[in-house]
Ligand binder design. Structure first.
Ligand code: NAI
Length: 338
């Protein structure tokens, strides 16, 4: 049966990288029925709502989503639609694999996976200002929430991911020395749950700031890293930097009842409409989706075509110091699939 997938092209470079990705999937012979929906600024402009009911209904029905980047206004304006989707569908596990594709860069042989808790911590958005002496914004306050259940399921997810994917080491990154409650609970639960995985996978832990430094000094020492929401957000950009930038790293957001696949980067307003966006991260997100749907064969073929295009053909977009447009790069990947 042909799977039906909700497709949200998104904002900024979203429509450009979506078109490129659909062309590559078509050329590979992937069979998917796309249910196109609106989200983000595009949805606000067309439907008056950054997350319309029709989009939510489509995700509820199809349970698999390929989503372009969505713009979130800084400070004022609507809250993040990405966060809203994660919350609505309880997409608690964020998987971000970072692998060196192009040799000869700053770091060779990086192959690590960051697993980030996606629904708790400071990013729940319980924020307020406290007024003092006539200044309504004299103090800003935020509340972080960590639950035992939330910790248990993300730690278990990371350990199961490691076992299923032949990974040897899971590193728990935390700040339990300072944040003794919200980060201390995460570390305690990690130690408890990992007892059940003795002999199957090695587990160690590291304080988040040391983790950030060790990633820069020697990223090859890491295999799978599991961490809480905000630390994971920050580390994921760092690991993208290790392997050549945001244009190369995909992300998956997995819950019990839905899964959403995307690029790690945002809507890149500075290059939107210029035809130079690198579609690789979004393409690799689509490959993670194909794996999830059981079409590992096409996922591997597309990954190989991307690597050949970047390495053998040296066809690269400007973010990778090349001069190819999005279209030229996409044409080259399609030639490699033929
Ligand atoms: P960004 O990731 O959009 O851009 C950062 C820098 O990387 C820019 O210079 C951009 O041109 C470059 N870049 C990103 N993707 C690229 C690609 N595929 N090819 C070539 N260059 C690329 O981050 P920024 O500027 O902080 O955020 C822009 C908007 O995106 C914001 O509204 C933010 O909230 C949103 N955002 C959405 C995400 C999502 O939908 N998952 C994730 C991150 C940010």
């Amino acid at each position: 049966m042909t799977p039906v997938v909700t497709l949200i092209p998104g904002d900024g470079i979203g429509p450009e990288i979506t078109e490129a990705t659909l062309r590559v999937l078509d050329a590979a012979g992937v069979c998917i029925e796309w249910d196109r929906q609106l989200g983000g600024m595009a949805a606000l402009e067309e439907a008056g709502d950054p997350l319309p009911d029709a989009t939510l209904e489509s995700v509820r029905k199809n349970r698999v989503v390929l989503k372009g980047p969505l713009t979130t206004p800084v400070g004022e304006g609507f809250r993040s639609v990405n966060v809203a989707l994660r919350r609505e569908f309880d997409l608690y596990a964020n998987i971000r694999p970072a692998r060196t594709i192009i040799p000869g860069g700053r770091y060779e042989d990086v192959d690590l996976v960051l697993i980030r808790e996606n629904t708790e911590g400071l990013y729940i958005g319980y924020e307020t200002f406290i007024a003092i002496e006539g200044d309504p914004r004299a103090v800003a306050q935020a509340t972080a929430i960590t639950t035992r259940k939330g910790c248990e399921r993300i730690i278990r997810f990371a350990l199961e991911y490691a076992v299923t994917n032949g990974r040897k080491l899971v590193t728990v990154a935390h700040k339990a020395n300072i944040l003794k409650a919200v980060s201390g609970l995460f570390l305690d639960v990690a130690r408890e749950v990992s007892e059940g995985y003795r002999g199957k996978v090695e587990v160690n832990d590291v304080i988040i700031d040391a983790c950030a430094m060790r990633l820069v000094l020697d990223p090859q020492q890491f295999d799978v890293i599991v961490t809480t929401n905000m630390f994971g957000d920050i580390l994921s950009d760092e690991i993208a930097g290790l392997v050549g930038g945001l244009g190369l790293v995909p992300g998956a957001n997995i819950g019990k009842n839905a899964a959403l696949f995307e690029a790690m980067h945002g809507s890149a307003p500075d290059i939107a409409g210029k035809g130079v966006a690198n579609p690789t991260a979004f393409l690799l997100g689509a490959c993670m989706m194909l794996d999830y749907l059981g079409d590992e064969e096409n996922a591997s073929r597309i990954r190989a075509a991307i690597a050949d295009t970047l390495i053998q053909d040296s066809v690269r977009t400007p973010d990778l110091h090349g001069d190819a447009t999005t279209t030229k790069f996409t044409d080259a990947v399609i030639r490699r699939l033929a």
